[in-house]
Write a protein that binds this ligand. Structure first.
Ligand SMILES: [Zn+2]
Ligand SMILES: [Zn+2]
Length: 276
């Protein structure tokens, strides 16, 4: 798995080249620094290789939500830091964010259980029902949980048999992809997990979110230089950002591309495609 230092370096080196992205890159670099310095316990294997193979066969990701090794205190501290960074960098979100932070603060002593619930459901239902901004909640959860999930992913990746999995969600944590890549030589598609940064192979055509593979219901919009594609699905109205590595000379880090392509998220949402 690509380390924080490499991702940071890539983002810093792109900051000058990408017009209008300086603020976004600074925000994400601060988040990455906080994640890199979080007190994360070492990942441990809660599975034998037989159990792992069986889980994958049955379609279950390797990490059961209740096995996320997260020390409540360390996780609560990272939630605080993430909230603080976003509030500093995005004053326009201050009010919505204050609601999220207050809500999290009330759940400090059971934050691990709240996190497990998010991993299981893919959303923070309790917070949404309390009227909090769903997008902001997910953003904060993803960023606070990422270092804990990355450590687990590092430990569990050797147990993943890609020929057995081939699903639209992550074989490690069950998260959804937020970036795809078409590989340099083969053009095969790989997906990047929005939560734990694992990458896995997926079929070239088809929507990873709803499984739709009707070409009439799928489309993509390519950038002028053909490097990026915005894949959209008319069945579930979701979208996926894709980088075509056959069109680029050097190496690209998908975890950095996630940040460098935020304009595609904005365009997709404006066109009526959504997160869920
Ligand atoms: Zn994952
Ligand atoms: Zn779909």
């Amino acid at each position: 798995m690509v380390g924080y230092a490499e991702i940071l370096q890539e983002l810093h080196s792109q900051a000058g080249k990408r017009a209008g992205l300086a603020d976004t890159i600074e925000l994400h670099c601060e988040l990455l620094e906080a994640q890199a310095h979080a007190q994360v316990p070492a990942g441990r294997l809660a599975l034998s290789s037989e159990e792992a193979a069986e889980r994958l066969q049955q379609g279950y990701p390797l990490l059961a939500p209740e096995h996320l090794v997260a020390d409540d205190q360390a996780l609560a501290e990272l939630f605080d830091q993430i909230g603080h960074i976003v509030a500093e960098r995005r004053p326009e979100l201050a009010e919505a964010l204050a609601g999220v932070r207050g809500w999290l603060d009330e759940r400090r002593d059971r934050i691990g259980a709240v996190a497990a619930e998010y991993l299981r459901e893919g959303r923070v239902r309790e917070g949404e029902e309390a009227g909090l901004d769903a997008y902001l909640l997910t953003f904060v959860f993803i960023n606070a949980l990422r270092p804990f999930l990355r450590v687990q992913a590092q430990a569990l990746t050797p147990w993943v048999d890609e020929s057995v999995w081939y699903r639209g969600h992550c074989p490690i944590c069950g998260g959804e992809p937020d970036v795809a890549a078409l590989e340099q030589e083969s053009g095969r598609r790989r997906l990047l997990c929005s939560r734990c940064d694992s990458e896995w192979a997926f079929r070239r055509v088809g929507c990873p979110f709803c499984g739709n593979d009707d070409p009439q219901q799928l489309a993509y919009y390519a950038s002028e230089d053909q490097v990026y594609r915005l894949n959209v699905c008319e069945q579930c109205r979701r979208y996926l950002k894709t980088i075509d590595l056959r069109q680029v000379a050097g190496k690209r880090l998908l975890a950095a591309e996630r940040v460098l392509t935020v304009a595609m998220d904005v365009a997709a949402v404006e066109a009526g495609y959504g997160v869920r």
